[in-house]
Design a protein around this ligand. Sequence first.
Ligand code: SF4
Ligand code: SF4
Length: 203
Amino acid sequence: MQKPKVRELAEAIKAIFSQRYTSKFPKEDAEVAPTFRGAPEYQDQGCVGCTACYNVCPADAIHLEDSVNETEGERHLQVNLEECIYCGQCEKYCTTGEGIELSQEYSLAFSGKEGPTTEVDKDLVICDACGEVLGSKEHILWLYSKLGNLAYSNPSIFLTYLENLDLARRDRLNERPGHRSDRVRVLCPECRREITVIEEGEK
Ligand code: SF4
Ligand code: SF4
């Protein structure tokens, strides 16, 4: 019975003179390890709005909303930090590698009804013919930058690029494709398939 007590006493004395293991949080900020996975934060400059993070999130903590009117649209991505499990999958699988980062932020207590979030908005490119969402404009421009000359095999990509430079104009919105020349328009896969079928019939 004596031995453990002596050992405990020795440990207590050692603890008095050794470094603290606890912090004075919330009075003082606690230091976290460099690899600590804190609150994710969207980086507007690095994010292209591709939705890969939304698709890989295992907790369904990322919410996606595409609002489209007849000629344009906007994508809203929002991480609800109350639902997030801080797994880091969004950061790991981000298409650009710099669109979302897990910060060192750990203090996420809130008092109102709305919990903490991080969000980003991106313009959408929609199909000339049917208004279907093709993707975010920045994602398509990012694809153009990666594909180089190969981008000219896909009219939706190179026309979005040229329109962004004010070198092309989409003036036939909401008009169904009806002729092979319609291949050179910004079209969703379904409308492009339709024009391919029409073209085959014209041969
Ligand atoms: S850290 Fe994990 S749970 Fe949180 S938003 Fe990213 S993928 Fe979803
Ligand atoms: S660029 Fe990264 S952060 Fe932005 S939507 Fe795509 S995967 Fe998510």
